[in-house]
Design a protein around this ligand. Structure first.
Ligand code: IVH
Length: 681
């Protein structure tokens, strides 16, 4: 065969996906589109190519499988053009700044009639669909933007995805703009609210894990090894942009969307051509509220320069185009009813009141509980059982009750009386002077032990994946473990009888337990759950104290002298380590082979001591983690948000809201180069 390896590889890719598509059509939809002869000849061509180019053979190839792909991981797909992400804007000011940058780049004054297309930002996952001569031959996830995963078989189960584009027949021999020979149609796969609820109800019935929000449900349903599972869930698709294309020209985003619709691809009915940033901002304002009435989740508005010629001129930086921006809506507030108020017992014994709510969707997540913080907060907000309240979720934080809608009280609401006893072990609750929290003082309270163990194995502590709340509960309940040290003597025989535990998972858990024996010191100290010792204090302690012996011997004043560790924390640490019960736990952990290793973040200088430094935007030379580690090795603290306490902000490319905030607060901003210089001095 007279083919270069490169063209062979391309042909192989086309053959594989066409065959895969034919398989799906044949096996899944009972609607073959290839005759047996055509199918066989494609298969034969593929086999010959794989024989001649053994380096291109793959266990994933249809030649290696019977029928549809079974339980193999997804094959990699190189996007012909990268799938970029978008820069974010959070305020009208951000949009104006973006517009000013556009005009600067285009060398013009800000044009009040500049054409933008405003689209709703769909909250799902982006996919790229390759159509060859109008036929869908491959579908891929975004992946890292360069390489995605081949999910063709799964995408073919979406009923809203046309397998064949309804392209217009050429009007004449000279009409070369009727259909593309190749086009990567890009858009979002998403799940509607009603389907999300249906799937979660089903999963709950079957005792499976439910999805947290529509986006997760869409992603989880699409990345299924078996297309039958995807087919059983109703996913939708919305097309909004394109990748590579050949044999056709497009001049405007409006034209692209119009053409997509003509071809039978689903497009949003709400996309609007706006002139100037003022009209853009009207669109944004209109949808801020209105989006709540849509049957699917949106998390913002995408604003694109309409002209493809201007888009080309503006180009892209690192991972995002300059010609588009995503306006993100802030955290939503939603109204619901407080059905009950419960007391949750934390690992330190803190009794936290929690509102049990009529479940509502807040920014894509079903929320059924929200924290009320403490007794004083309940008083201050006057939250009563039966009240209609506004709740909000901001970022990753636990949802909270913002306020009571007092005007909706009907008189049957009941005031909540803070119990005098721990709801789990019945111990008399205590509230120390000057504290707002009530606590269960019983160190052996089953709720406290459960929480302490959940904390011990959690991601940022000992990170024992697979050993979750459910497993810990069963182990405790059956008396198989009593404290953290017992985790290290678990065996396969003990794990296997647990609910929903297979041999594979049990072995994985044992392996994870083993790996956790040598976690860095700061994680171990954090895992112990000493009051006031969060991740930061644990790190400071590990940096200065290096070994457990040192900590056992130290005193309050030495600890209190460590910057950022106050006398209260120092006192808690000394108290914890002098408690015989805790000392015994440490001995048992050691006897079970737990040997924390010295922190990799040992102190090299104190030049950043007491400083909080925030990194934002894309760094070019340093990796974010590297930069943050350096800060910690020099006594500083990497911060996630900009406040008056921030010492300075290091701004890389495409810095957004954090840079903005730093400017507003008058906080020093340095470039990556300047920061590198600081590191070298
Ligand atoms: S255009 C180069 N349009 O948002 C620009 N993206 O934050 C490519 N998204 O990865 C994207 N709705 O998953 C575009 N109407 C829309 C969108 C949209 C949702 C997602 C998409 C993208 C992410 C960027």
């Amino acid at each position: 065969m007279d083919l270069s390896s490169e063209s062979a590889s391309k042909r192989i890719a086309v053959l594989r996906s066409t065959i895969e598509q034919a398989n799906a059509a044949y096996y899944l939809h009972d609607s073959p589109f290839l005759s047996d002869t055509a199918y066989d000849s494609l298969m034969q061509e593929l086999r010959q190519l794989e024989d001649s180019f053994p380096q291109l053979a793959s266990p994933d190839s249809p030649t290696q499988k019977v029928g549809i792909r079974g339980n193999v991981p997804f094959a990699a797909v190189s996007h012909r053009l990268p799938m970029l992400s978008l820069d974010n804007a959070f305020s009208l000011q951000d949009l104006k700044t973006w517009e000013e940058r556009l005009s600067r780049l285009l060398g013009t004054a800000v044009q009040t009639d500049m054409e933008y297309v405003c689209e709703l930002k769909m909250d799902g996952l982006s996919v790229s669909l390759t159509y060859l001569n109008g036929l869908l031959v491959q579908g891929a996830t975004r992946g890292d933007g360069i390489t995605g995963e081949d999910i063709t078989a799964n995408l073919l189960t979406l009923s809203s995805l046309p397998r064949q584009l309804k392209t217009r027949p050429a009007a004449s021999l000279f009409d070369t703009n009727s259909s593309p020979s190749l086009i990567e149609v890009r858009g979002e796969v998403y799940m509607r609210h009603d389907e999300f609820q249906r799937i979660n109800a089903l999963l709950e019935e079957q005792g499976g894990r439910t999805f947290a929000n529509c986006r997760n449900a869409a992603a989880g349903s699409l990345r299924q090894k078996s297309p039958q599972v995807t087919a059983a869930r109703k996913l939708d698709f919305m097309a909004y942009t394109l990748g590579a294309y050949e044999g056709m020209e497009f001049s405007f985003q409006t034209q692209l969307l119009h053409t997509y619709a003509e071809w039978g691809l689903p497009v949003s009915p709400y996309s609007t051509l706006c002139k100037g940033i003022d009209q853009v901002s009207e669109f944004v304002e209109k949808w801020r509220e209105q989006r709540e009435s849509l049957p699917y989740d949106t998390d913002g508005v995408v604003i694109k320069v309409n002209s493809f010629a201007l888009q080309q001129e503006l180009g892209a930086v690192s991972r995002s185009p300059r010609w588009a921006v995503a306006y993100k809506f802030p955290a939503q507030q939603v109204r619901t009813r407080v059905e009950q108020i419960e007391i949750q017992v934390g690992r330190t014994g803190a009794l936290t009141p929690v509102a049990v709510l009529t479940p509502v969707n807040v920014g894509g997540v079903t929320v059924s509980r929200a924290t009320l913080h403490n007794e004083d907060e309940i008083r201050r907000k006057d939250v009563r059982i039966g009240d209609i309240v506004m709740i909000q979720r901001a970022g990753e934080v636990i949802p909270e009750v913002v306020e009571v809608v007092v005007s909706e009280r009907i008189g049957t609401e009941k005031e909540f009386l803070f119990a005098q006893n721990c709801p789990i072990c019945g111990s008399q609750a205590v509230r120390s002077e000057g504290e707002v929290v009530w606590r269960c003082p019983n160190a052996s309270c089953p709720a406290r032990i459960q929480q302490a163990l959940e904390h011990f194995v959690s991601r940022n502590a000992m990170d024992i994946e697979g050993l979750g709340a459910k497993q810990i509960e069963q182990l405790l309940h059956n008396g198989l473990i009593q404290d953290a040290s017992d985790i290290y003597s678990l065996s396969i025989e003990v794990l296997l009888p647990l609910e929903r535990m297979g041999e594979k998972l049990a072995n994985k858990i044992l392996q994870n337990i083993d790996i956790s024996r040598s976690r860095p010191m700061e994680r171990f100290l954090f895992a112990l759950g000493i009051r006031h010792v969060g991740e930061r204090a644990a790190l400071l302690l590990a940096q200065r104290m290096e070994s457990l012996e040192n900590i056992l011997q130290t005193d309050t004043s030495t600890l209190a002298a460590i910057p950022e560790i106050g006398p209260a924390t120092a006192g808690e640490i000394v108290a914890w380590f002098s408690d015989e019960h805790n000392r015994n736990l440490l001995r048992k952990l050691e006897a079970n082979g737990v040997r924390p290793v010295p922190s990799a973040l040992t102190l090299q200088s104190s030049k950043m001591a007491g400083k909080t430094i925030v990194f934002t935007g894309t760094l070019n030379t340093l990796r974010r983690e590297e930069a943050e580690n350096w800060v910690m090795q020099h006594g500083g603290k990497p911060g996630s948000s900009v406040s008056r306490q921030t010492a300075f902000v290091v701004a890389g490319d495409n810095a957004g809201s954090k840079l903005q905030r730093a400017k507003e607060l008058g906080i020093q901003v340095v470039s990556e180069e300047e920061f590198l210089r600081m590191m070298q001095n």
